[in-house]
Design a binder for this molecule. Structure first.
Ligand code: HEM
Length: 259
């Protein structure tokens, strides 16, 4: 069989596979209908779906957990921006800034505590939300792709919590993050003490732990790294995935009974 035919066959198998159909809802041929669908059924072009099925907006059995997780996320973003005005991610200042914003800034203690409690609540709610989705079997087709998006959101929520832990730069946070990041050195493939690390050539200065630390051990560079991950990178990626998650709930229809 010619190479061109082989490629065509692989392409056909891929497009007809369940994984492809779970992610993309329509074909990609250049037809007038598909051109319209490209615009109306694309999350980045139509964040609010142009067409929604009636049962897609009838929500029940949610325990409100997804919505509460989102509310907690918004609370951490708003209070976090306030904290950013007074906090410098530099080893000399971080601890003093945290004390200053807690005890001297107007509403500082309130904002810091709201940020902390909302963050804890977000972690609890996201687990309960996943538990609810599991109990109602809502991970089954056609929602399997949204479950995967959800798993990524769960990981990002936990990473937000983990990276925020270092920022007070006190003994508790430094040692907690040392222990947490040390676990990364035993992760499969990516950690230099983990199974199969020789396949990717992971070593003490080039593995998952070194990536988290920004070097061989915890230090000022780790603080800056965690700050950027905590305040910019992870919230940005999480926001984009949440947009896809919410859009997809509308597109797939809510799993509750249609009335
Ligand atoms: C930051 C994290 C998350 C936020 C903000 C979020 C938000 C939401 C919201 C608002 C809903 C609709 C109503 C509801 O069920 O409460 C929902 C539905 C859904 N979520 Fe999440 N979610 C998150 C994480 C997850 C996780 C970890 C999973 C699973 C691994 C997941 C899987 C799903 C699925 C499959 C649905 C559709 C449920 C159905 O149709 O019954 N989500 N999510």
């Amino acid at each position: 069989m010619a190479l061109k035919d082989k490629i065509e066959e692989i392409k056909k198998d891929l497009v007809e596979s369940q994984v492809w159909k779970a992610i993309f809802r329509h074909g990609y041929e250049d037809t007038p209908r598909n051109r319209v669908l490209m615009v109306t059924a694309n999350v980045w072009m139509h964040l609010h779906p142009a067409k929604v099925r009636r049962h897609g907006v009838r929500m029940r059995f949610t325990w409100c957990m997804g919505g509460l997780t989102f509310l907690m996320f918004l609370m951490t973003v708003i209070t976090g921006i306030y904290l950013m005005f007074y906090y410098r991610p530099v080893a000399e200042y971080a601890y003093a800034d945290m004390k200053y914003l807690e005890f001297d800034m107007p509403f500082g203690m309130l904002m810091r505590n709201m940020h902390r409690w909302a963050a804890h609540a977000m972690v609890v709610f996201v687990w309960l939300h996943m538990f609810r989705v599991f109990l109602t079997g809502s991970y089954k087709p056609p929602r399997e792709f949204n479950w995967i998006v959800g798993v990524l959101l769960l990981v990002l929520t936990l990473l937000l919590s983990f990276t925020g832990y270092l920022l007070p730069w006190d003994q508790l946070s430094i040692w907690a993050v040392t222990v947490g990041s040390n676990m990364a050195r035993a992760s499969p493939l990516l950690g230099h003490e983990g199974p199969f690390h020789e396949f990717v050539g992971a070593n003490p200065i080039y593995d998952a732990r070194a990536f988290l630390f920004g070097g061989g051990e915890i230090g000022p560079h780790t603080l800056l790294r965690f700050y950027i991950l905590h305040c910019i990178f992870i919230p940005l990626v999480a926001s984009l995935l949440m947009a896809v998650h919410f859009w997809r709930i509308r597109r797939d229809g809510f799993s509750g009974p249609s009335l």
